[in-house]
Structure formats: C-alpha cells, structure tokens
Design a protein around this ligand. Structure first.
Ligand code: IYT
Ligand code: CU
Length: 316
C-alpha cells in the first residue's frame, strides 16, 4: 500500500504528555528474492522508562510473510536496513521478542493495564523490526515497501509488566527417516507468579506439533498447543493457567525425520531445526522479570506423564 510510505514522513501527533505513538517502518525497500529477511533498528525515543501498550501492524498482505519485533541494547546495525537472514541476525547481545505478526493469523492484544517495559534502564534501548518477505513477485513493478508497526506507548507506570518465557531445545537430534522424534524441555519455576495469556510455537519444516504445560502437584495443565506449520503468531492461551513458585514448565516438540537423508540438528538455517515454545505473560510490576528461559532437557520419567494430545498432529 503506497500510502503507508507517505504516512511515515508526516509528523507524529503528540497525544498528551504521557502517551505517544512510534512508527517503525521499513524505509521503502524492494526485496528482490523470495524469502528475504530484512531488519531495521530504531532507538527507543525516550530515556525514561516507557511502556508499549498496543501494537498496530501495517503489513502488505501479498508480500509480508511475517514480522517480528525484538528489543535489545545492541542491534547488529544501525544504518538503515540490513539483511538479517540466518547469517547476520538481529542483535549483538541477546534479543527479546515482543510481538509477532503472521499472515492469516489474528494479531495479539495486550490485556488492559499490561505493558512491555522499554528504555535504557530496562535493558532495551533499541527496537529491531524483522520482516520476512515471502513471495516477492508483487515487487516486479518496483514499488517500495514500508511495512511495519506502530507502537502505542506511555510513560505512565503500568500495574502489570508483559514478559516472555521461552522454552527452547539446544540438543535435539532428529535421525533421518525416523517417523517421530520428541524434543522435551522442562524447568522448575522458582519466581513470582506469572499469568500467561498468549503463546507462540516455532520450528522449521520438520515440526508437527508443539505443546506447552504447567505441571503442579503432578497434574499437567495445557498452556497452548499448535502446529508450527500454521502462521507462527502469538495465539491466546488455552485457559487461565498461572504459574507459581514450585511449578514445573514443560514443552514438547514433535518432529519427523521423514524425507531427510542425514541427521538434523538445532541451528539457524532452514536445513536445521528449532524447538521453541514462547509464553507471553503478565506479572505484577513490583517484581517483574521481563524475560526468562528454559533450556533444560526434560527427564524421561517426567515426560512419561505428558498428556497424549502432545503427540496428536494438528491438521494444517
Ligand atoms: C536456537 C533457537 O532455538 N533459536 C530460537 C530461539 C531464540 C530466540 C531468541 C534464541 C535466542 C533469542 O534471543 I528472541 I539466544 C530462534 O532464533 N527463534 C526464532 C527467532 O529468532 C525469534 C523464532 O522465530 O522463534
Ligand atoms: Cu528457527
């Protein structure tokens, strides 16, 4: 939509002293190859702590496959945009994901009173927007793309902080030809209560289904379950499942090695695999921890009790 590119240059209206909006847009790019990943970094426009309270996507449906928003201190580059496919990446330090838009999936809304805390003190001085351009045939006319996101921000303290808990496998090996390989991840939870409200799964081509659970007193409660072959957006969680000190977090990715002639490892390229279960939660801002992760391999004994649904494929 060419008018998207125009709005970028018009000044941002100042809503009032506390609330403002930030436009993160590609600077009129023309990707030439399908499956191009482009990134752009933006400094957080205030030194004060501020909160993202809403995301408004602007994506060209015919070319944008997905968009991800990260926060970090040191983006790979600050000059215009860069190719951030598997080689260069997004940030020199650890990046934290805050938003995902995927074609044909409804975008997530933050609950009222919940915001992502950003700004220098929160370890997030920059936003990095990543856009995966899928089919680029629509660029044969050489139009320029300004897809991106608008962030609704405020400096007003929010009662709840949004955060991400990431469960990821670091050691899965998928034997070639083997029909089913489970990748199991589990960690004890030893912090203040979190309230999950959305989840996202991520694998590459071999992932069939990814499920995440809270285990309390031996009872497994589903947080979310999805096919990673469907749009990899944040979906609403199953039902109100909170997580508290003493619980266990667990996730399983089910892979198939069919069609492969050699072992598949965890890695960044499309020939590698990943097993990720992201939980978006809110937490009392008093003891907020914005990002947590779990990379431990779950024990066989624990996973003997995983509900059977975790191995039931989801039709795509
Ligand atoms: C090896 C792996 O599984 N990488 C994942 C998870 C990951 C995400 C972030 C690892 C780190 C991060 O800072 I954010 I270290 C991975 O790269 N996943 C991709 C994106 O990078 C987010 C994905 O689409 O979920
Ligand atoms: Cu990946």
């Amino acid at each position: 939509n060419p008018s998207d590119c125009v709005s970028r240059t018009t000044p941002q209206p100042v809503l009032n002293a506390q609330n403002f909006s930030v436009d993160l847009r590609m600077p009129g790019v023309i990707p030439t190859e399908s499956d191009t990943y482009l990134c752009m970094a933006f400094p957080v426009p205030t030194n004060r702590d501020s909160y993202i309270v809403d995301f408004i996507p602007h994506a060209s449906m015919d070319t944008v496959h997905h968009m991800l928003l990260f926060g970090c201190m040191n983006p790979v580059s600050t000059s215009s945009f860069w190719d951030c496919g598997s080689v260069q990446g997004t940030c020199k330090d650890e990046a934290s994901i805050m938003y995902a838009w995927a074609r044909n999936a409804p975008p997530t809304k933050l609950p009222k009173g919940v915001g992502f805390r950003v700004g220098k003190n929160s370890g997030m001085s920059h936003f990095v927007l990543q856009i995966h351009y899928g089919d680029v045939s629509a660029f044969r006319d050489h139009h320029r793309d300004c897809s991106g996101l608008s962030l609704k921000m405020t400096t007003k303290r929010q009662p709840f902080i949004a955060g991400i808990y990431l469960l990821m496998s670091v050691d899965t090996i998928i034997p070639p030809g083997k029909k089913v390989t489970n990748s199991d991840i589990a960690c004890d939870y030893t912090s203040y209560p979190i309230y999950p409200f959305a989840f996202r799964t991520h694998t590459h081509r071999l992932g069939k289904v990814v499920s995440g659970y809270r285990i309390r007193n031996g009872k497994w409660s589903l947080i979310g379950r999805q096919s990673p072959q469907l749009p990899q957006a944040f979906y609403p969680t199953n039902k109100e499942v909170n997580v508290q000190y003493g619980d266990t977090m667990a996730a399983r990715c089910v892979f198939t090695g069919e069609g492969r002639t050699s072992k598949t490892y965890i890695g960044g390229t499309s020939n590698d695999e990943m097993c990720n279960f992201y939980i978006m939660y809110y937490m009392d801002s008093e003891h907020a921890i914005p990002f947590m992760n779990c990379m431990e391999t779950g024990s066989k004994e624990l996973f003997r009790h995983i509900p059977a649904e975790a191995n039931v494929p989801i039709p795509v």
